[in-house]
Design a protein around this ligand. Sequence first.
Ligand code: FCB
Length: 466
Amino acid sequence: MTVNFPPGFLWGAATAAYQIEGAAHEDGRTPSIWDTFCRTPGKVLGGDTGDTATDHYHRRQEDVRLMADLGLGAYRFSVSWPRVQPGGRGPASQAGLDFYRALVDDLLAHDIRPVVTLYHWDLPQELESAGGWPERGTAHRFADYAHLVSEALGDRVELWTTLNEPWCSAFLGYGSGVHAPGRTNAVAALRAAHHLNLAHGLGAQALRAALPSRAQVSVTLNPSAVRALTDAPPDLDAQRRVDALSTRIFTEPMLRGGYPADLFADTASLTDWAFVHDGDPGVIRHPLDSLGVNYYAPSLVSAATDSHPSHDDGHGGGDASPWPGAGQVAFHRPPGKRTAMDWSVDPTGLHDLLMRFTQEFPGLPLMVTENGAAYDDKPDGQGVVHDPERIAYLHAHLDAVRRAIADGADVRGYFLWSLLDNFEWAYGYSKRFGAVYVDYATQVRTPKSSARWYSQVVRTGQLPPY
Ligand code: FCB
């Protein structure tokens, strides 16, 4: 059966600055925490860095043409904070801003709507050295940076996102330490989560103050589609804890104006949350134009027992946990197919999340801001890259979006992760998520079969029969 998406549905692809730009030392850009982390032995697979990445900084025009050839209606990218505000405070770098002005102009010339994310994990190193996200001042620095970018791009960008996946910034960056800056301190992770929330609120205010009224402000989360192994109360309690730490720690303050009581109770032995000041909840809660949802795979949890000890949650990491206060939770491998990340393929998690937010936050439009899969793609003898597994993944997940819309969810767009193969954080270049294959030795781009397939979907607004 052929199915149609609503008229005006935004069809896009997503990237992030550090993962594609390269040019790490050009035009005044200063190091971010990822530059430092990549140089810390043992942190990134193969010692890979984002120094060159996909060289998008120099291949911007070619990449925008690629998007236009695919027929994309929108492109979600992030701005590199240390490129546009070296050192993370003080005046803007005009050279840095010029890159994004030119990118936006190229996109608009091809009728591709720019969707700007202000923070996709590349904190200026100087701000980390001053304490990073566990310190309140970082949230104020972020608001200054938001102001500076909105002044530069506000005349031509309508769709704005404050943060990408603050859960990863806080809990992988400061809890398990598998992401930059690589700290492993449960309290620092909780403090970071609060200051990211505060940064979102202050940043959203700064954007509204500088942008024309037609501008739309959003945030992108990676809520966890977390299932309990059984309906037994201890397993349901494990599910509740993970839900509080992954999802409600952000949605409740951002959309309702306060932290969930169970989160405070679960973490009471670690902190009294005195870093939440009077007045913060009112700042963090900011009326949003949409909520961005990133989805890859669900989680399956139970209470830890002798036969199910506490177990890796699929985000890598060793002993340090990204789940403070949830030591009694065991993570299980969901059954079924898996991607090259070893993440399970289960589109029902995406449908569940879209329906959950539809029920919890009626009237708030949703946007799938990332979804996709890594596979071990290789060109064949003719240089063609066939990736039928990715097509199957995308088809199944788009079908889940379509079902959610049919069930009443107001989903306004879908962004494939990712336009190009790129630097996959701690996995370096070993994981390929792109619809377009990148030969890192030559920087030649080759659209995979999935790019052609997605292009058909984008052009017709229909999911073909599968
Ligand atoms: C998300 C990140 C994105 C990319 C995908 C695979 O968590 O936002 O940068 O790494 O995962």
